[in-house]
Design a protein around this ligand. Sequence first.
Ligand SMILES: [Zn+2]
Length: 416
Amino acid sequence: MTTQQVFAQQLAVGHFKAGAAFRIITPNPLLPVSGGIGTPKKSTEKNGELSVRALVLEKGNVRVAIVNIDNLGWPAALGNKSRALIKGIPPENILIGATHTHSGPDAYGFPNEKGESFADLKYLDDCVEKIADAVNEAIGKLEDASLKIAVGEAKGKIAYNYYADQLYDPRCGVIQAIATSGPKKGNPIATLVNYAVHPEVIGSGRGILSPDLCGPLYDRIESQGGGVALFMNGAQGGMVTADNRQENGKEASDWNECKRIGELLADEALGIVKDAAIQENPALYCVAKKIEFPVDSEIMRYILQKSPIKNEMAGENRIATQLNLLNIGTAQILTVPGEALPNIGYYVKRHMNTKQPFLFGLTNDAFGYMLTKVDFTSFKRYDYVSRTSLGEMTGEIYMEQALKLVNESPKPESNK
Ligand SMILES: [Zn+2]
């Protein structure tokens, strides 16, 4: 091809573009805090602000939104309301992931033993609108961009496995979109961090509303010139959590510890992506697929039946959800509709068609823990994660469907 032909083709396809925006969603007045099943606990103060963050990417006629929200989990029933308010992106190309902070308001509508739920539906509707607002603003800000992408080990005291301390994935994936023209030329528009950890330093029992370690992570990245920061969790189930262990055998569980861990993870992420090669005008691919899981667990059936937030059912005791695969430049991304155990994360990443695998956990839905059938109700340690799982086959179905999607999809660009 002549230079002119290449130029004409690029015009037809369109240059890669990125835009980002965020909204604060801290409730005023404060709302009770939910860390899972059970009645949420009254909060009396806040540490940091809860937010929703959106990164929109475009190449030619493909447009994708990646959104993260500071909450324990964000059911598709809520996500779909936002999707309906977003113009210019197909609903199935909008990925909404929860950070899994254990210090946010209840978005599941967890019923108590009497079947009552105390979720604040007005607050949730307000969040629905703010998600759409953030995405719509990011669409309006789309500008020519390049990418830097890297996956590396985040070093230092950030995460560990509470059940068996070495059994976690230290890999941190980073995607940075950089403006290639205009007044911000050369500066990051957004930095996305993908890492598996429970943001539960503060937890749900202290009467404090907080984004936990994610807040200081966003602030640090933005203060270092990384643009709008996003945090997408990974395969953090059973039981990959923040390493807030102290030498005296106790745990640090305050805002200072959130800052220590969040800022350390931010610094590691910025260090990992710093020397990555610039990807000029990278490719963008997005596919979505409906998958179904049987709901074998009594507790999960009870929540799905009694919650005022109605998820789409796929027949009696079956639930449907959306699985996404994205190729962004040299990276490949798969979503996980829950909290996959780290061994599932390793397995899926190993079979993805890239050296830069990303897993977006708790994305599009968050149906509790996802174990392999072998792990299910095995160790006594796994009693809790088995009970708060849809069933024995959840992890198996996920792995099969996810890898099928990998095999049916094109490979991302090569990153030799
Ligand atoms: Zn969890």
